[in-house]
Design a protein around this ligand. Structure first.
Ligand code: GLN
Length: 486
């Protein structure tokens, strides 16, 4: 939809009565129903329209006026549980599963007045970089229908990019928010591990993943992060920050919009060569242009080297697959997953349900993860990967003693063609080279658009130290101002 308002504009418009929520939501569904992109697996049309009417009716009431996302239509990745709305993780094995409860982040969205549009397409169980492993078919890139939207949160990114949602949720284990954000020309943030509750997120690799905001601009991203970082008693890995100000992401820098130099003055940026040397020339150029803009507006930068990065991909895939093999054990036809429809012994049911319910990539990872965890190989693979992970985290900690943020490309190239890499899993894994180190270290990172190559968007990744979301958002906001003015 052309001229889609931002989330901030929607909230303002609804509160002042210049936007009708019902009209906005209906228009978005029209757009979705005509779309060729395949962004959604399940729609919540009736529920959303009912809620929109409710919002229009009550918008002037005190309680409604305080809601941070009043009437904002949002799309939810299908790995996040939604009470009463089918949640499949894009897998055949979960088809028909309707969660009896909401993920904590979904509760928070509802509390703040957001309207749930539906569940977005993704790689099956979040395993992929292109949204092609979905049981429900691939999503297409809105910039070029013959290309992938990135993954695994490809449906969420394409939906925002094409005006099929104002905001979206993604989840990021090794790049799944930032990769599709980069390929679809939108903004996506993976928070510090432990900032956002994972309660209700269907687990792929618990020690790496975070639910996070996806939006058309930085301010909306910050606003959504603020809502998502609500405290949760159900997730013991959530860090309980005691000062409330640190989750007030949206306010501190908005006043600096007019004078971008105030944002960048004195900022020290590190540019690690391991993240930029091997990327395509167009991507490298766009990212260097961005870094030079930061410099022009008062920041300084230094090229640095991060030696342990060369082990990040191997370590990531060993850890992620090991955790996945254990997490996915619950889909056995008894506890979760398709139900047995025949009278047969448990072993036969188990093999039949898992053999037929999981896709090829998921099965590959379960097998590889089980192997890495097996007696005899545990020390050689899994434990070693954990040790490497500690080295990587330490190296990030070190780098942030001298630098405020790091700047680098999100992806080494722009969106590739549908079908181009899916037959060669290794080539897909390699595409994650710049995103997975961030999850291993648990630090926050944002991807924002910084240019185009052959009409396809390029993403700039800004990384901060643990719980420095505010700093990367501020820098991204400053850059957005500069970039949009060009
Ligand atoms: N592409 C990576 C993987 O397949 C990352 C996926 C994710 O972040 N969920 O593991």
């Amino acid at each position: 939809m052309k001229n889609m308002p931002t989330a901030i504009e929607v909230v303002e418009g609804i509160k002042t009565g210049t936007i009708s929520c019902e009209e906005l939501v209906s228009k978005i569904y029209e757009q979705i129903e005509q779309s060729e992109l395949n962004c959604f697996i399940t729609l919540n049309k009736e529920g959303a329209l009912e809620q929109a009417i409710e919002v229009d009716k009550n918008r002037a009431e005190g309680e409604y006026k305080r809601k941070k996302l009043l009437g904002v239509p949002i799309a939810i990745k299908d790995s996040i549980s939604t009470k009463g709305i089918q949640t499949t993780c894009a897998s055949k094995i979960l088809t028909g599963y309707v969660p009896p409860y909401d993920a904590t982040v979904v509760e928070a969205l509802k509390r703040e007045g957001a309207i749930i549009l539906g569940k977005t397409n993704m790689d099956e169980f979040c395993m992929g970089t292109s949204t092609e492993t979905s049981y429900y078919g691939a999503t297409k890139n809105p910039y070029d229908l013959s290309r992938v939207p990135g993954g695994s949160s490809g449906g969420s990114a394409a939906a925002i990019s094409a005006g099929e949602a104002v905001l979206a949720l993604g989840s990021d284990t090794g790049g799944s928010i930032r990769c599709p954000a980069s390929f679809c020309g939108i903004t996506g943030l993976k928070s510090t591990y432990g900032l956002v509750s994972r309660h209700g997120l269907i687990a792929y690799a618990n020690s790496l993943e975070q639910i996070g905001p996806m939006a058309s601009n930085v301010t909306d991203t910050a606003l959504l992060l603020e809502v998502l970082s609500a405290k949760d008693e159900h997730d013991c890995t959530q860090v309980k920050l005691n000062n409330n100000a640190s989750t007030n992401y949206c306010c501190s820098w908005l006043n600096e919009a007019e004078n971008v130099s105030d944002i960048f003055k004195g900022m020290k940026i590190g540019v690690p060569k391991e993240f930029i040397e091997g990327v395509s020339p167009e991507v490298g150029k766009a990212v260097w242009d961005a870094i030079h803009k930061f410099e022009e507006f008062g920041a300084t930068y230094e090229e640095i080297s991060m030696q342990s990065m060369k082990y990040a991909l191997t370590s990531y895939y060993l850890i992620a697959m090991s955790e996945a093999s254990s997490n996915l054990a619950r889909f056995d036809g008894l506890r979760y997953g398709l139900r047995p429809d025949k009278d047969e012994d448990w072993h036969t049911t188990f093999s039949r349900i898992r053999g037929g319910g999981f896709g090829e990539e998921v099965k590959r990872r379960i097998i590889l993860g089980t192997y890495a965890l097996s007696a005899g190989y545990y020390g050689k693979y899994y434990l070693k990967a954990l040790k490497v992970r500690t080295l990587i985290k330490d190296e990030f900690d070190d780098v942030f003693k001298k630098h405020d943020i790091l700047a680098m490309p999100t992806m080494p190239f722009v969106a590739f063609k549908l079908g181009e890499r899916i037959k060669d899993p290794l080539s897909l894994y390699l595409a994650d080279v710049n995103t997975v180190p961030i999850n291993l270290a648990g630090v926050p990172s944002i991807s924002i658009p910084c240019g185009f190559s052959q009409g396809l968007p390029i993403g700039l990744q800004l990384v901060g130290k643990h719980f420095d979301e505010d700093k990367i958002l501020r820098a991204a906001f400053g850059f957005e101002r500069i970039f949009l003015k060009k």
